[in-house]
Design a protein around this ligand. Sequence first.
Ligand code: HEM
Length: 413
Amino acid sequence: MSPPIDLTDQDEFQRRVPHDWFTWLRENAPVHWNPEPNGRGFWAITRHQDVVAVSRDTDTFSSEIGASALEDLEPDALEARKSMIDMDPPGHTALRRRLTPEFTRRAVADYELRVRHTVHEVLDAALPKVEFDFVHDVAATIPIRVLCDILGVPAGDQKLLIDLGDRMFGNTDPDITDVLLDSEASDRFRLLPFRSPAAAEMFEYGRWLAAQRLDAPRDDLVSHLVHGRAGAPPLRDRDFDAMFLLLVVAGNETTRSALALGIQAFAEHPAAWERVRESGGHELPLAVEELLRYTTPLHHFRRTATRDVVLHDTQIAEGDKVVVWFTAANRDDAVFDRPDELDVTRASNPHTSFGRGGPHRCIGEHLARLEIAVTLDELRRRVGRIEVVGEPVRVRSNFTNALRVLPVAARNS
Ligand code: HEM
């Protein structure tokens, strides 16, 4: 019998990640119709192979009608809120190319010393306390510092950007925002990303920074975007707004989740942590991939069918919303042995946490890996035992798999 599956149930996602639902769906209804209380409903895609195929086939499964929002957007809202994540090639390709110099594997390798320095500072401040909130003191701090460094955001403004990003990503959590996504109050903000007033503040901040860098360019990403560089004309006005906002929310919240959920997982699996500690660092890349798979910081992205299409004998109609569930694909036993186990030595790990197969695959993946690897490496040297010593608080969201609070004790032995 089917469990009572409702993938729009934000309360359930706040309590837990419903892996049992996804297991049932993969086995029994790999293309599953999920009605929505305030929308037209969507098809949920849960098998690994299908998530990859849908992501790859941008002609049939378009991002142009909104990729990060499940909302049914009116044309004016769609236009006003569009960033490159809501575009198909070739428009998407041209915008994405402007970011590549900062995010290639080679460019990211050059950031290692800076990232290590940041991690040292953050751990030097947190670890002497022994008991602390890992989200606030460590996970939230590292990614934003690194990102601000790349963008050229002054250090004093990091907290503001964390707060704005939280309010956008937490738009379904009443403890984070006072304008809930499905509330009438959010109608006023329907032309803004995440239907959130915080997006207007983020735009305003981005424009202020862009103006500074237009006057006095530096060697940072915002300067490169507003002035343009070889083969890439300047990015201005709403194109700049959208890109700045996308970078801040995409590059910050996600890595924070991977770090916090990862530490929670290690607290629950001390043998895995012991293995990471003993690995001497050479197994670290495998542990990073496993952590990304096991935690899956973003649950899903959305596409829209551009034509009638049949998938597993199920008729999908032109205009239907199709949602790829990375969380489900990452536990597919057709691809992963013992998928529910945290195995930090897992050698084959084609997880979907950064997307897979399509043109939107996370551009920050190398940076995220570096941040996670360096944080684990430094923790491994300094922390013998990690315990969760209070109630973790999850964000109420079926989009971001995130913790707001994770009280831990991190001891030497
Ligand atoms: C663990 C951390 C991260 C996770 C789990 C993650 C996950 C994702 C996912 C699932 C996508 C969409 C993939 C698709 O639709 O195929 C994405 C896109 C994106 N990510 Fe990440 N991300 C992370 C870190 C970062 C970082 C550090 C940055 C740096 C700024 C970043 C920037 C972006 C951007 C700009 C896009 C849009 C790419 C496009 O549309 O072409 N992400 N990410």
